[in-house]
Design a protein around this ligand. Structure first.
Ligand SMILES: Nc1nc2c(ncn2[C@@H]2O[C@H](COP(=O)(O)OP(=O)(O)O)[C@@H](O)[C@H]2O)c(=O)[nH]1
Ligand SMILES: [Mg+2]
Length: 223
């Protein structure tokens, strides 16, 4: 519990046995429920996560968005916090994010990875790609969002009810923010966290996922 709120953390994992161990070891005490969605990993992700006290659920169909939607159905907290299983997003920032979530009186708080302080955390190519995608989203939805691709969010679980979440892939990250931005009932905020270099192998395919995410933004805006 954090200030009377029940907290659920959801972590999608595709072969993150190395990262998930570090993430779970750093999980704050006040988190009530940790759900690791194992996306048909072929390594020891499930065993490692279960041994460190996480509730492990398996999603056989691969996909970042698919994993999250599976995780949401099992979540019981008042507030959901998300992050990657690769130890690139800081579990220590959860209390800071929850404080900001309450202080700013928002329903959806996006944790921006920018400015990136650790030079190893993100290549110039990824920084430029992220900037293009965030600018595109900001223009299409008339709202400045610095990090449309961040995988760390804090939101009230009840807002999921009004959302139409269709993407099963990497575009899910921008889709959930768009749904939050579009809803007049959802107050949206964003603050910075410290992003660091991931452990294990990268799952993102920068060119393919970058263009797919851009295409998804346009399609969703004009459909
Ligand atoms: N790309 C991808 N990531 C997945 C999938 N299922 C779960 N994930 C997890 O989603 C997170 C994001 O992937 P990652 O490679 O870190 O992408 P990045 O953070 O955008 O560079 C990681 O924790 C992955 O293990 C999937 O099917 N595809
Ligand atoms: Mg990652």
């Amino acid at each position: 519990m954090y200030k009377e709120l029940r907290i659920t953390v959801i972590i999608p994992c595709l072969n993150e046995e190395q990262g998930i161990q570090r993430v779970l070891k750093r999980m704050p005490e006040f988190v009530d429920e940790v759900i690791v969605v194992d996306n048909a990993s072929t390594d020891r992700t499930s065993e490692v996560a279960a041994s460190l006290g996480a509730k492990v659920i398996r999603e056989e169909v691969r996909g970042y968005g698919r994993s999250y939607k599976r995780g949401f159905t099992d979540a019981t907290g008042d507030v959901i916090v998300t992050l990657d299983g690769d130890h690139s997003y800081p579990p220590d920032a959860i209390s800071y994010l929850l404080e900001a979530f309450l202080h700013l009186e928002v329903d959806f708080l996006n944790a921006s990875r920018f400015p990136v302080r650790d030079p190893r955390a993100m290549s110039l190519k990824h920084k430029i790609g992220n900037l293009i995608l965030s600018l595109a989203m900001s223009v299409l939805y008339f709202r400045w969002v610095r990090d449309s691709q961040s995988g760390m969010w804090v939101f009230r679980r009840s807002i999921l009810e009004g959302m139409r979440l269709e993407s099963d892939g990497m575009a899910f990250s921008e889709e959930i923010k768009i749904e939050a931005l579009k809803s007049p009932r959802v107050r949206f905020g964003e603050i910075s966290i410290q992003y660091s270099s991931r452990l294990g192998e990268i799952k993102l395919n920068p060119w393919r996922d970058g263009f797919m995410n851009l295409w998804f933004l346009v399609k969703k805006r004009f459909q």
